[in-house]
Design a protein around this ligand. Sequence first.
Ligand SMILES: Nc1ncnc2c1ncn2[C@@H]1O[C@H](COP(=O)(O)OP(=O)(O)OP(=O)(O)O)[C@@H](O)[C@H]1O
Ligand SMILES: Cc1ncc(C[n+]2csc(CCOP(=O)(O)O)c2C)c(N)n1
Ligand SMILES: [Mg+2]
Length: 349
Amino acid sequence: MRETPVPDLTYPPLTVAGLSEAELLERIFPRLNRGPETNDSLLLGPGDDAAIVAVPDGRVVLSIDTQVADQDFRLEWNNGYRSTGYDVGWKAAAQNLSDINAMGAHATSLVVSLTMPPETRVAWVEDFADGLTAGIRELGATQCSVAGGDLGRGSELAVSVAILGTLDGRAAVLRSGARPGDTVALAGTVGRAAAGLALLESGPNVSTLTREQRGLMDTQCRPQPPLAAGPLACEAGATAMMDISDGLVRDGNRLAAASHAVLNLDPAALRQLAEPLKPASVLLGADAMAWVLGGGEDHGLLATFAAGRPLPAGFTAIGSVEAPASTDGAGVTIAGRRAESGGWDHFAN
Ligand SMILES: Nc1ncnc2c1ncn2[C@@H]1O[C@H](COP(=O)(O)OP(=O)(O)OP(=O)(O)O)[C@@H](O)[C@H]1O
Ligand SMILES: Cc1ncc(C[n+]2csc(CCOP(=O)(O)O)c2C)c(N)n1
Ligand SMILES: [Mg+2]
């Protein structure tokens, strides 16, 4: 659990413009890598020109993801909630750990780059470091250390994380391996982060929200990708896998296209996924099924498994893989009918 942050009582509040880079780093370093675990693969951590990591398996899984203020989060949302540094640090960890999870791997280290306007409070940066550390540990990525990063000044607050992972000798699970007859399965949640985003953007004031509604907001601000499920799916012989960041149908279409297949989803399974989102959808006059089909950022896993195989822990069947009727017929269908895409596109949205 999060320790109560020490309030910044200085007035005016200390901003990053009031410290040198070295002084800011001195405040960040002690907040990183605080777990009891030791990471054998980190040979040299923060403090030099670059970090050094061992790659015992001879291969490294590598990904990068960026969050920019007002594109991926807001410092102040329309419902009055203020994203804390902790939220943004947690989400930076979660969305990057998720891409490593989606390959069937586990994360070993990451580097983080922070671009900040000069008026950013030092307390916010410290909170960011705490959130990054907590996200890694509490999501279960106990082998992952923060190997280093970069600080810079800019007109927008932006956070980039590049992450490394290992497959421990296994073959990765790609998007391209789904075959007709396979079961389509989901681990983690879908639609909760989208419902949370709707509450943040247009919902009633944050102070009036119920526990359940706060929980949806929390999924948007501090997502909980199912990190045990990726390596488990890999060990269980998943034929294809990806994480759902842009929406079940949009991401499903990507997996389907890579596999030259149709993912035919079961409407009853989809209705079950929409059910817990109903109260929030009624409150906002929104469509719970649209959140299930189009909502990104829960970072659940969409995977396929050979028919008849028991699904690994955490996965539920939501459909089956079929052969496309024509060469350009790959995509997602619901009970045989082509699904509308929806979902997130950085340039179209
Ligand atoms: N600027 C770029 N240059 C080269 N490759 C890129 C670039 N942007 C994205 N890619 C590659 O395109 C593919 C899709 O990128 P994308 O960021 O959509 O990944 P994703 O896993 O689908 O999304 P998310 O990071 O939200 O999980 C990835 O393999 C990524 O490495
Ligand atoms: C202020 C604000 N507006 C919109 C959204 C929604 N959003 C942003 S990025 C993304 C997909 C994943 O991105 P990526 O592919 O870069 O990981 C989604 C669904 C948000 N979170 N905050
Ligand atoms: Mg991904």
